[in-house]
Write a protein that binds this ligand. Structure first.
Ligand SMILES: C[S@@+](CC[C@H](N)C(=O)[O-])C[C@H]1O[C@@H](n2cnc3c(N)ncnc32)[C@H](O)[C@@H]1O
Length: 472
């Protein structure tokens, strides 16, 4: 007999135990949107209303489900779960199976959870069958280690190390003089529960890709950030000094602004610009939560910022980290599902055009000495080509300087200046794909010698069509 609430067309009131955790519902929605190419994971999350611990939880779970999606899909197929339980949806089934195998198990007694638990044995069996299949693991989203940057504005490396030891994390130590390849071998074999200090950056900790860091109180208190090693490099190259004046041209969500403030020891001035209203709110919150005290943040298009404003008269350096295709991000679903068509040339050309405008604008600030350009893209159009165009325009005033010369992976050989630029690559550097170039203002003598060279060229009637310059 139908219950009263059914007759009235109402849904039953479910107890907390019977409801599915909110984070699962949010992850399911985000995954559907990613698959529908509505944006990448980070953008969708930043544009959602999720904030605080639920944001971090959803981000971490969605990232992991994407990372293992081919394995999870195979398990769904092997167990016939969706055919037998037709009310279950693909994304939700993936989330629940991920939690069952890699997470902390399935909480509560909601219907999807109860049903998936009934298949626990066959799910584990299917996982044992597929877990060593490289074509699933490697062709899915790649596993790169998880990097944790210590927020020195709120704590110190020794303090974080102490807390990790107390939590029984084991530090894998290595000798100072080991080669980068020996180091990368150690990273490859990192297991959950252990960590290392990074080879290049001593306030960066390296954990296994399976480590769940978002539950740490250190993370929740903003004492540490999960930040890929590649995105640490632009600020390291920029080298902002305490008491200096710095611009972060494209700042939200603010990871690099916070890093800049840390290197400046919260002394001096950072002007941070962000064009999008929504992302500007996130930036403000991030800066506040991280105790950045020296940043004047404005919701403004950097391209429209007046370069002659007196407040920039002692400007030292600018970071230009603009919107890009994000093709270097290994946790983006579109890096493995993109069709050739969607990677179309037109889109990259449009992005490059906008990146060139912003970078050129940065180089027109009269007193700026250093400008770092970075993207999380692997396409030449958004990287070397942009640098080439800008360098051609400013060759009388700026030169390219080598970014971390001992870094093993450099810019494209198709450009004469390629080796001065730094590239990062999941398989080669165990990071996201990334690109960094650094412009430095020519000294007076260098400027003289460049204009002399130009004169000589024009006297001999030679055109300056040579494609690549900037070799130092
Ligand atoms: C790659 S993200 C920056 C990430 C940031 N640097 C960080 O490390 O957290 C690029 C940002 O630039 C912003 N942006 C795009 N065009 C801009 C413009 N013309 N002026 C200022 N910000 C812009 C985007 O809204 C986006 O938030």
């Amino acid at each position: 007999m139908a219950k009263d609430w059914e007759n009235m067309g109402l849904k039953p009131h479910l107890s907390k135990q019977e409801r599915m955790p909110r984070s699962y519902k949010e992850v399911e929605k985000i995954l559907k949107d990613v698959k529908a190419f509505k944006g990448n994971l980070k953008t969708l999350l930043n544009n959602s209303r999720l904030r605080g611990p639920i944001f971090k939880k959803v981000y971490s779970l969605a990232t992991n489900v994407l990372k293992y999606r081919l394995v999870l899909d195979k398990i769904i197929e092997e167990t016939g779960l969706l055919k037998k339980e037709t009310f279950l949806r693909q994304e939700l089934a993936g989330i629940l199976i991920y939690e069952l195998i890699f997470g902390k198990g399935l909480p509560g007694e909601s219907r999807p959870v109860t049903v998936v638990k009934q298949y626990e044995e066959s799910i584990h069996k299917a996982y044992e069958k597929v877990k060593n299949d490289d074509s699933l693991v490697n062709k899915g989203l790649q596993c790169i280690p998880r990097y944790v940057r210590v927020n020195t504005l709120l704590t110190s490396l020794p303090d974080v190390l102490n807390k990790l030891r107390k939590a029984e994390y084991y530090e894998i130590r290595y000798e100072e003089g080991i080669s980068i390849n020996e180091y990368l071998d150690l990273v490859k074999n990192l297991e959950t529960g252990s960590f290392m200090i990074d080879y290049h950056f001593k306030d960066l900790l390296v954990f296994s890709s399976n480590e769940n860091l978002t539950t740490w109180s250190l993370f929740q208190k903003n004492h540490v950030y999960i930040q890929d090693k590649s995105s640490y490099i632009p600020v390291f190259a920029l080298d902002p000094k305490p008491e200096s004046v710095v611009i972060d041209a494209c700042a939200a969500p603010g990871m690099k602004t916070i890093h800049i403030a840390s290197l400046m020891e919260n002394k001096g001035k950072i002007y941070a610009f962000e064009k999008s209203d929504n992302r500007f709110k996130i930036l403000k919150k991030m800066l506040n939560d991280s105790c950045v005290e020296i940043c004047e943040a404005e919701c403004e298009d950097f391209y429209l910022v007046n370069t002659n404003n007196p407040k920039f008269q002692n400007l030292e350096c600018i970071l230009v980290d603009p919107t890009c295709s994000g093709s270097g991000m290994v946790n983006r679903l579109d890096t493995v599902t993109d069709t050739e068509d969607s990677k179309n040339v037109l889109r990259l050309q449009k992005l490059a055009g906008f990146q060139i405008l912003l970078l050129k604008h940065a180089l027109t600030f009269p007193s700026v000495k250093r400008v770092v350009y970075s993207t999380c893209s692997i396409s030449e159009e958004e990287n070397e080509y942009v640098v080439h165009e800008v360098l051609n325009h400013f060759r009388n005033m700026f030169k390219l300087v080598s970014v971390m010369p001992d870094w093993p992976f450099r810019g494209s050989d198709n450009y004469e200046f390629g080796k001065l630029c730094l590239r990062a690559h999941p398989e080669k550097t165990f990071t996201n794909g990334f690109f960094v170039a650094m412009f430095e203002r020519l000294s007076y003598d260098e400027q003289q010698s460049v204009s002399l060279n130009n004169e000589t060229f024009s006297n001999y009637g030679k055109s300056s069509k040579k494609k690549q310059r900037g070799k130092n």
